[in-house]
Write a protein that binds this ligand. Structure first.
Ligand code: FER
Length: 300
């Protein structure tokens, strides 16, 4: 069933107290998994993702299910960008603890992931190809190990639980998010592209070719057998961010195509919002702010 109640979309700054350690603290652990070269000969290689487990998470209690948010790093980064590493207490981790403790967010899993592979040094190509690894390797590994809404970690189980799964990313990770939207809409319902436009037509196409870029996204929705009722996009950036001039023309064009992208102040009335952090730069402060604002709209 589709959720009916959502908090309003309007951007707000993260309260200062959310950066402090919280009595009800979750923890970060590493998950190793086997990935495949889906763009090539299918060879196997080992990867690591970092999983934030909320306070009270108990592997033995299989009755309790958790929503899952996957979050991709930016150019030159890795899976540690937001969560640091196993056992670490980064600002993102503290903010998640506080959001959950204060009831902004249902306890959920938050997974730091990477598009890096040993066989591809071109970040753009890695991001364009990531959806196959996501669906075939990463989601089965994570959701086969933790208590999620995915009953069986196969194609059918992953598709049936798409309303309990989000994907977002920063900068190149945002480009990756738009590609995941183009390719894995049957597996994911919530998208949080931060500080990056869609490069589905060309690099920075959100700025140089907004009409074609948005048309490309729409064609991908149709090709995947989906409609504007089937997904939510909470995208965002900062006014000083280098992605701001790339995202603005794309968002303006998306607003015109309201047969697919219905701009709204609350997801009860639409499926799309653009959050802007006043004075925000192309950095982790902006990402944390957009995650803080967007995640409760998905899993609040
Ligand atoms: C963008 C602006 C900058 C963007 C990506 C970048 C995907 C950064 C690229 C890099 O890491 O070199 O709009 O969109």
């Amino acid at each position: 069933m589709r959720k009916q109640n959502f908090p309003d979309n309007a951007y707000r700054e993260i309260p200062q107290e959310y950066f402090s350690p919280c009595a009800k603290a979750g923890k970060v652990e590493a998950v190793n998994y086997t990935a495949h070269n889906h763009a090539g000969n299918g060879e196997e290689f080992e990867k690591t993702a970092l999983v934030y487990l909320p306070y009270g998470y108990n592997l033995e209690d299989a009755e309790k299910k958790y929503n899952v948010m996957y979050m991709m790093h930016g150019g030159g980064g890795n899976e540690k960008e937001l969560l640091g590493g196993a056992g670490m207490k980064t600002e993102m981790k503290l903010i998640l603890d506080n959001m959950i403790a204060n009831g902004d967010l249902e306890p959920c899993l938050f997974v730091g992931i990477s598009y890096n592979t040993p066989y591809c040094k071109d970040a753009t190509a890695c991001c364009r190809n990531f959806a196959a690894e996501l669906v075939n390797d990463l989601i089965p590994a994570v959701e086969g190990s933790y208590n999620t809404y995915c009953k069986t970690p196969d194609s059918e189980g992953i598709r049936a639980s798409r309303l309990h799964r989000g994907f977002g990313g920063f900068s190149m990770g945002s480009a990756c998010t738009w590609w995941v939207f183009e390719k894995a809409l049957n597996e994911i319902a919530y998208f949080l592209p931060t500080s990056g436009d869609s490069w589905g037509v060309e690099m920075k196409g959100g700025n140089t070719k907004p009409v074609e870029t948005v048309e490309n996204l729409i064609q991908s929705v149709k090709n995947q057998g989906m409609s504007g009722d089937d997904f939510y996009i909470y995208c965002g950036t900062g006014t000083n961010d280098i992605a701001y001039p790339n995202m603005c023309p794309m968002v303006a064009e998306m607003k015109k195509r309201d047969d697919y992208f219905r701009y709204c102040d609350n997801f009860a009335y639409g499926n799309f919002y653009f959050a802007v952090k006043d004075g925000g730069w192309h950095d982790q402060n902006t990402v944390r702010s957009i995650v803080f604002n967007g995640l409760p709209k998905f899993f609040g």
